[in-house]
Write a protein that binds this ligand. Structure first.
Ligand code: ATP
Length: 623
């Protein structure tokens, strides 16, 4: 009788990390972008750096298991990052190779490639057949069979690409914790030629669409499963099953750039949610905290559960693009892939620079820039590219800033120190940051009119490409470095989320201006509110004090950008799912520049957005 071999018998390690490789694709044929030079470059086979948008005199350096530069061939990527995994599949272990990255950065090229430059998938399948042949020749008393399945996850639905008429397939787990997909086609393969025959037409069934960034953008996660079953010919007929998942993930994308609307925007919501969950899974596997790995939070991670982490062998190839137009996508892809990074105090020397470089701005900065230009029509020229002049507060409050810097330095160097000291330091940093924020907002109020904001004042440093809006601590570090670059490296600590006060407490209620009757919104989060409460904003907003409304909007925006899951759920009409979607959006794209950005979140229609605004404004003003 056939018998399954427990993983322990195979000598596998209990838990293995997900290895992370980065592949930088070459410039595509776009002269304008070429002239700008790259915004990212490799340092060696494991390290790369990208210009720091907060301060162009600094770069942010990342370390990965492997870095493949723009000259690396398909064969190079395969040999270094994929081939070492394959022998394990023939010993009853599982593995996975995932291509992650923004739309148009080269995931499909890496995984699929072309006839002339075949990618990971054809190379890996060929290699598995080679390994099987070698084993057969060795006549070790085992027989082997190989099957392929090919599926996509589109809008959180599992679809069989080998049998496109099937509906959403279920994902199940057996008593040995193996993940199964009942009903999924498993095609036996005897040779690579047979694989080709089935794979190529099935690939055409994949859901792709044209976005502004890529004419044939993948809108789903495409997952090829190669299953190798080895059976002992003689009793006790032991059986080993090894699975290899080869995954071309859908592009992580910023809808402000893709121009996505309607269905594309919805697809985007599902894509981003599953990628966010994937990042959490990889994080908790690599962090080794022992905390629950959130495999069940998306179909993608649920499906990969027995092949990602545990005793399996996994590599994530993060694809990035060199063009400046991809800068923020690249930055967030790198942050997704690497949780630790260093700020290095040296300018990003751009050897290929041939023409003056236009300033790269985030949408919010563009808007702010416009406002500034309007403000400065009176003759004063805003210097958008200059590093910050010392903030007046920094001269009058050196002790707070210096202590912050000292504490952060202390935390950099004291990784071995006991936990208690670390926690104490973190707490102190939080308190100091709070005090610093308070202090800064007070000094802004006392700012002499016409003196301009810190980064508006001119500076001789012409290297800065991005306007500097560092938070106080980094600004302090940066301004010091501009004058005299320090050799010392600063570790960027994860963003410290400040706990926000409930909106009601921070707002002054101006009862005389409020004509609306107090009415608490008790709406089910997933139900469209009806009736009077859904009036056009103007009709109800006009009854409220304008400055209070503006103030409240600002608070809501801050909460959306910095609030924890719990804080977000504290907002009216935001339930558990929406709060997670908001966190996911933030993880991938950074901040919401305006409240209307919420419409980019799955399930938030314009109508729902106006209900959200009304409910939260009324609640925060205390109406
Ligand atoms: N390393 C590379 N060398 C040469 N060309 C490349 C490389 N990487 C990507 N390309 C080209 O860049 C373009 C976009 O790449 P690709 O379609 O693979 O991106 P993608 O990340 O899969 O995008 P999407 O998520 O939208 O599907 C394609 O024309 C591809 O041939």
């Amino acid at each position: 009788m056939a018998q399954r071999v427990p993983t322990a018998d195979t000598g596998a390690k209990k838990t293995s990390r997900v290895r992370v490789a980065v592949r930088l694709r070459p410039y595509m044929e776009k002269e304008d972008d070429k002239a700008e030079g790259p915004c990212v470059r490799g340092l060696d086979s494991q390290n790369l750096e990208i210009i720091n948008w907060r301060n162009a005199t600094e770069t942010v350096k990342y370390h990965f298991d492997a870095f493949h530069d723009e000259q690396t061939t398909q064969q190079g990527v395969f040999l270094a990052s994929v081939k070492p995994i394959l022998p394990h599949i023939l010993t009853g272990q599982n593995g996975s190779v995932l291509a992650y990255g923004p739309t148009g950065a080269g995931k499909t090229h890496t995984m699929l490639g072309s006839r002339e430059q075949p990618g990971v998938i054809p190379r890996a399948v060929k290699e598995v057949f080679n390994l099987l042949r070698t084993q057969e020749e060795a006549q070790d008393g085992w027989g082997c069979s190989l099957t392929m399945s090919y599926l996509e996850i589109y809008n959180e639905k599992v679809l069989d690409l080998l049998s496109p008429s099937t509906q959403d397939l279920p994902i199940r787990e057996d008593k040995d914790r193996n993940i199964l997909i009942p009903g999924l086609t498993q095609t036996p393969l005897a040779s690579f030629a047979e694989f080709d025959q089935h794979f190529v037409p099935a690939s055409l069934n994949r859901t792709t669409a044209s976005t502004k960034l890529n004419q044939r953008s993948s809108r789903s996660h495409a997952i090829l499963l190669i299953k190798v079953v080895r059976t002992q010919r003689a009793p006790p007929h032991r059986q080993q099953t090894g699975k290899l998942y080869l995954v071309d993930l859908a592009g992580s994308e910023d809808n402000r750039r893709t121009g996505n609307q309607g269905l594309r925007l919805k697809e985007s919501g599902a894509i981003n949610l599953s990628l966010f969950t994937l990042s959490k899974v990889v994080d908790s596997l690599n962090g080794g905290t022992g905390a629950r790995v959130p495999y069940r939070d998306s179909k993608l991670t649920r499906l990969l559960q027995d092949s990602l982490g545990g005793s399996s062998h996994s590599v994530m190839i993060t694809n990035i693009a060199p063009e400046y137009s991809y800068y923020f996508d690249t930055f967030s892809a790198l942050n997704f892939a690497a949780k630790s990074k260093l700020i290095v105090n040296k300018p990003f020397v751009r050897e290929t620079l041939t023409v003056p470089v236009p300033q790269v701005k985030r949408p919010r900065e563009e808007a702010e820039g416009d406002q500034l230009r309007k403000k400065h029509k009176d003759g004063r020229k805003p210097s958008t590219a200059s590093p910050p002049a010392p903030h007046p507060s920094s001269t009058s409050a050196p002790s707070v800033l210096d202590r912050l810097v000292a504490l952060e330095k202390l935390m950099m160097g004291c990784q071995e120190k006991d936990k208690q000291t670390m926690q104490q330091s973190r707490k102190e940093i939080e308190e100091l940051k709070e005090r610093q924020k308070e202090f800064e907002s007070k000094s802004r109020l006392n700012w002499p009119p016409g003196s301009g904001l810190a980064w508006e004042t001119s500076s001789s440093n012409q290297d800065s490409l991005f306007r500097n809006n560092l938070p106080p601590l980094q600004r302090k570090l940066a301004s010091g470095n501009t004058a005299k670059p320090k050799k010392q490296q600063a570790v960027v600590l994860p963003l410290q989320v400040t706990r926000l006060q409930p909106l009601k407490q921070v707002l002054v209620v101006k009862t005389s201006s409020v004509c609306m009757k107090k009415k608490r919104q008790q709406l089910d989060q997933d139900e469209e509110p009806k009736g009077k409460e859904n009036m056009a904003p103007s009709s109800w907003e006009s009854h409220l004090d304008r400055s209070l409304v503006e103030q409240s909007k600002q608070k809501i925006l801050t909460l959306l950008n910095t609030g924890s899951h719990k804080d977000l759920k504290g907002l009216q009409l935001i339930g558990d799912k929406k709060a997670k979607l908001i966190l996911g959006w933030r993880e991938i794209y950074g901040s919401f520049t305006k409240l209307e950005d919420l419409i980019q979140i799955e399930g938030i229609t314009e109508k729902r957005f106006s209900s959200f605004m009304k409910a939260n404004l009324l609640s925060s003003i205390g109406v």
